[in-house]
Design a protein around this ligand. Structure first.
Ligand code: FES
Length: 105
């Protein structure tokens, strides 16, 4: 298990314990994190799982694949250097404590 925190623009924080191997889109939807929909179920075709990774954690999230990079061009809120699609972030020991920000229009 790792601890994941999602923060919203209004300052609210949702923290959950997430089993290893679960992607952070699934973790968000199962913990009722607002504005993370995961419409495609994690098959990289919707970009509705967009998050901004806290800069302190971005290096630990690994590299963005070409497909994810393409999908990041289709997010509702414009991508930033720390944008990731959370269905591609898998709970693992090195992400214990990660903080994600929920993009809002
Ligand atoms: Fe669709 Fe992540 S859930 S791209």
């Amino acid at each position: 298990m790792i601890q994941v925190t999602w923060k919203t623009e209004d300052g609210k924080a949702i923290t959950a314990n997430v089993e290893y191997g679960i992607n952070l889109m699934e973790a968000a939807t199962s913990n009722n994190v607002p504005l993370i929909d995961g419409d495609c179920g994690g098959c990289l075709s919707c970009a509705t799982c967009h998050v901004f990774v806290d800069p302190a954690w971005i290096a630990k999230t690994g590299t963005v694949t070409e497909v994810e990079d393409t999908m990041l061009e289709m997010t509702d809120v414009e991508r930033r250097d720390n944008s990731r699609l959370s269905c591609q972030l898998i709970a693992s020991p090195e992400l214990d404590g990660i903080v994600l920000y929920v993009p809002e229009l």
